[in-house]
Design a protein around this ligand. Structure first.
Ligand SMILES: Nc1ncnc2c1ncn2[C@@H]1O[C@H](COP(=O)(O)OP(=O)(O)OP(=O)(O)O)[C@@H](O)[C@H]1O
Length: 399
């Protein structure tokens, strides 16, 4: 069975790769059409299919031998009972019995033998199923091992943030200096499986009511810093302390590539929470207000209402600018204490950008923004400039 288990494992892997390739093509069909790369992608997809079929063929070849052995045991079982009985009969052990008694003895013994052999061959019949289960278990076990490994190297305090009392309440009583959300001391960040430092010995306190703009050349590590703050990258040195729970009401990350789930327009707005369909009037009104602010009211008509489930792919029907504006509606809905935004205004006009940042201030949302545009400087208090070789500078934008 062992060689077949190996092939079942390989087959599962190739099937996964092949399906992933299909999904990539489905999701990026328009980009592929613009590139005119259907032949290239068809070739690559066929290569994966060939590898899958080759592995299946090898598995079937090995399974053939196993099936032969299994069937041999199944058929030989019934014959074997008579072969076994023939030994004492022809050796003369039952010569004293008459024909009727001998026939009864043969039939009785044959029944017991066949029953025993049937039980044994039932066990043998299980082997193809055992092979399938063993191959798949091996693959699932690999996943579990990897998850355990990640868990060990990704302590919960980094993933979820400590759940101590909200700093907002402290802020209202203390008044003096704004409370900090992140305390970063001597933090160095390196990309996975790379040795070059992106950020070296960063000292930074991210405080409420003080917007920070992160700038620097492309690939200098701006998004990597956000990944580290979210606890996705943990192979760093130094210390990073998060003083708020990472929940949408406290800290909300808005990645460069926005994510939209299936469901209604409201489902997109309340994401990553779930719309419970409470039908609260004020709740709908505030979402409608935000949609109006970002100039997305026509979208409500397009989808047939806030709560109407739609089956289309949001990435295909919304332009990049509409997606970014919808992300701001999400931000206004959650009103987190700290919003970490990664290039979320690159497809929005500067005028609208100013309106959106003003609204964030009104709602009391502190921002850490990654961006390239100079116009962003007007909406921030500090600028953190990274040079991509580990160097960094922190400058005040308020003179
Ligand atoms: N998962 C990963 N594994 C290995 N290297 C990565 C990974 N993700 C990003 N990198 C590398 O880390 C470096 C910094 O990437 P990062 O996304 O932080 O850049 P950035 O400053 O945000 O760039 P941009 O302005 O172009 O978005 C890049 O060289 C990138 O290729």
């Amino acid at each position: 069975m062992t060689p077949i288990v190996k092939k079942v494992f390989e087959q599962e892997k190739w099937e996964g790769d092949f399906r992933f390739k299909h999904m990539q093509i489905r999701v990026n069909s328009e980009s592929l059409a613009f590139h005119g790369s259907s032949i290239l992608e068809a070739g690559k997809t066929n290569q994966k299919l060939d590898a899958l079929l080759r592995t299946q063929q090898q598995k079937f070849n090995r399974q053939y031998l196993l099936s032969l052995a299994v069937n041999f045991f199944d058929y030989i079982g019934s014959i074997a009972s008579y072969l076994i009985l023939s030994v004492p009969i022809f050796a003369g052990s039952y010569d004293h019995m008459n024909h009727a008694d001998l026939a009864a003895l043969i039939s009785q013994n044959a029944f017991v033998c066949i029953y025993l052999i049937f039980s044994f061959s039932s066990l043998v019949d299980l082997s193809p199923k055992v092979v399938d289960i063993a191959g798949m278990t091996h693959r699932v076990a690999e996943l579990v091992e990897e998850l355990n490994h990640l868990k060990e190297h990704n302590p919960p305090s980094w993933r979820d943030g400590p759940s101590w009392p909200l700093l907002q309440s402290q802020a209202s009583t203390s008044g003096a200096s704004a409370p900090s959300v992140y305390d970063i001391v001597q933090l160095s960040v390196t990309a996975p499986s790379r040795s070059q430092l992106l950020i070296k010995d960063l000292d930074l306190t991210i405080k409420l009511r003080s917007n920070i703009l992160i700038m620097g050349p492309s690939s200098c590590g701006k998004t990597s810093l956000l990944r580290t703050l979210r606890g996705l990258w943990t192979q760093n040195s130094g210390s990073l302390k998060c003083n708020l729970p990472v929940t949408p009401r406290h800290i909300l990350f808005m990645p460069q590539r926005p994510f939209f789930t299936d469901g209604s327009l409201l489902d997109q707005v309340v994401y990553p929470l779930q719309d419970r369909g409470m039908g609260v009037q004020s709740y709908d009104e505030s979402v409608m207000e935000s949609l109006e602010l970002v100039d997305l009211l026509p979208l409500v008509d397009r989808v047939g209402g806030l709560r109407t489930p739609v089956s289309w792919n949001w990435y295909e029907v919304l332009t990049p600018g509409e997606m970014q504006r919808l992300c701001f509606v999400r931000l206004f809905y959650h009103r987190p204490q700290l919003g970490l935004l990664d290039e979320v205004t690159s497809a929005i006009s500067e005028d609208l950008e100013a309106v959106l940042f003003r609204r964030c201030r009104e709602l009391g949302i502190t921002l850490v923004t990654v961006g390239h545009r100079r116009s962003l400087r007007a909406h921030h208090d500090l600028i953190l400039a990274l040079d991509g070789r580990g160097g960094w500078t922190l400058e005040s934008l308020r003179s």
